[in-house]
Ligand binder design. Structure first.
Ligand SMILES: Cc1cc2nc3c(=O)[nH]c(=O)nc-3n(C[C@H](O)[C@H](O)[C@H](O)COP(=O)(O)OP(=O)(O)OC[C@H]3O[C@@H](n4cnc5c(N)ncnc54)[C@H](O)[C@@H]3O)c2cc1C
Length: 398
């Protein structure tokens, strides 16, 4: 949509082909229906991953957050900033889609829905086959997205099209998703939400890599989820694919510095003498978490705080800060928010034109760029869409 608007504003006659019955369906699901469309706290190299990450600043210099704010303003959409996270003021994703649809209409973009592109032939022009229909264009922008978050029957199939055109595709992996973990206690933990720190350790031979993320952790009946897990899930997915060992250490009380924590544990042990361990523990972490951790330390519901249980209680305090879980699998692409991998940036110019197929442009999640959770993936969609649209328009006019 951003690409079509940019090309049409530059004076082109634009047609948008969409395989679903409506445009922008994924957009409606973003940000839990609120559409976190960008972020004021922005650093290309920190917030995005790509095999060609060094190329990224060049794209955001052409169209970054400031230009995105102006773009939506020009579409008549009021935005709001929540701790840097940008949303429509109404906090409804439908408002973003509505503004884009109006702008497509105002710029006379022709929209053809329920039109699945099946083949692209490059001769003097681009010939596009979609069912019984054939279209002919001077230039073409592919913005097919990926299968992330979609049931397989609606999965995007743009990669078959680009492969046929001879472009290299880096294998896709889920990014921004939940992680399945070992252990028989997950059902007992399901539903817990708590501000925590996750430390993800990836062990390959003697090499160990560590990622740390803070935020609201969600415990599910199969493992760990929530934004801090999403932020490091792509590394877990890649490591598991390569056969590495992946462990997550969960810290349920990350706000305490080590010295403060030591003092707190000693104080809790003293103040709670003779009381039930479970009552003390459930005042420190969620009750479900307390029960599972107690069991791991050999503490029963009726055990009391005292010299006899001291060693196990201090082991329990240790687990509250460093609960190790073995990650066995990343949730599949259909349950992730975005995919890592896609068409290599090596295949495109700084204008996002395919080097091997002049006149063909690519944008959005199809390219090998994935962002952190927090509006960065949609920012990439706007950035790459507008760049592709503007330059496809130049190409079209010459
Ligand atoms: C649940 C969920 C929540 C998310 N929340 C956020 C968020 O809050 N903030 C954020 O920044 N990102 C979020 N994302 C990620 C974001 O939605 C995507 O990165 C973004 O939509 C990618 O844009 P795109 O235009 O590349 O692809 P898409 O939005 O997927 O659009 C591609 C379009 O191409 C169509 N298409 C595919 N193949 C064909 C074909 N052969 N012929 C015709 N049409 C075709 C598809 O039907 C689709 O409409 C979320 C994703 C999910 C799944």
């Amino acid at each position: 949509m951003a690409a079509a608007i940019a090309a049409a504003r530059a004076g082109c006659s634009v047609t948008l082909l969409e395989r679903q019955e409506k445009i922008g369906k994924k957009l409606l699901a973003t940000g839990n229906g609120r559409c976190n469309l960008s972020n004021l706290d922005f650093q290309a190299v920190r917030d995005y991953r790509s095999r060609c990450a060094f190329r990224l600043p060049a794209f955001f210099e052409q169209f970054g957050v400031k230009e995105t704010l102006r773009f939506f303003e020009s579409c008549g959409l009021l935005l709001t900033d929540r701790n840097g996270y940008l949303y429509p003021r109404s906090m409804q994703a439908g408002a973003v889609l509505g503004a884009l649809e109006e702008e497509l209409d105002r710029n006379a973009v022709r929209i053809v829905c329920s039109c699945r592109v099946e083949r692209i032939r490059r001769e003097r022009f681009f010939y596009i086959s979609a069912g019984a229909e054939e279209f002919c264009f001077d230039s073409l922008i592919l913005a097919c997205g990926t299968a992330a978050g979609l049931v397989p029957k609606n999965a995007a199939d743009g990669f078959a099209l680009v492969r046929e055109l001879g472009l290299a595709v880096i294998p896709l992996m889920p990014a921004l998703g939940a992680l399945r973990c070992e252990g028989g206690f997950w059902k007992a933990l399901a539903g817990v939400r708590c501000i925590s720190q996750i430390e993800l350790h990836v062990q390959t031979g003697i090499r160990e890599k560590v990622w740390r993320e803070n935020g609201e952790l969600q415990l599910t009946d199969y493992g760990i989820s929530g934004i801090p897990v999403f932020q490091c899930s792509r590394y877990a997915a890649a490591a598991l694919r390569d056969g590495a060992r992946v462990t997550a250490f969960l810290d349920f009380l990350p706000e305490y510095a080590p010295k403060q924590w030591e003092t707190l544990c000693v104080r809790q042990f003293r103040l709670c003498q003779g009381k039930r361990v479970q009552t003390m523990a459930a005042g420190m972490v969620a009750q479900k978490t307390a029960k599972v951790l107690m069991k791991q330390c050999g503490l029963a519901a009726e055990d009391l705080v005292g010299e006899e249980t001291k060693e196990r209680i201090f082991a329990l305090f240790g687990l509250m800060r460093r609960f190790p879980v073995t990650v066995i699998e990343a949730n599949p692409i259909s349950q992730a928010q975005v995919c890592a991998g896609g068409v290599s940036l090596d295949e495109v110019s700084d204008h996002l034109e395919a080097k091997k197929v002049p006149g063909l442009f690519l944008c959005g999640e199809m390219l090998d760029v994935d962002g952190r959770c927090g509006g960065y993936n949609l920012q990439w969609a706007w950035t790459s869409g507008v760049i592709a649209g503007r330059h496809a328009a130049e190409d079209d006019r010459t």
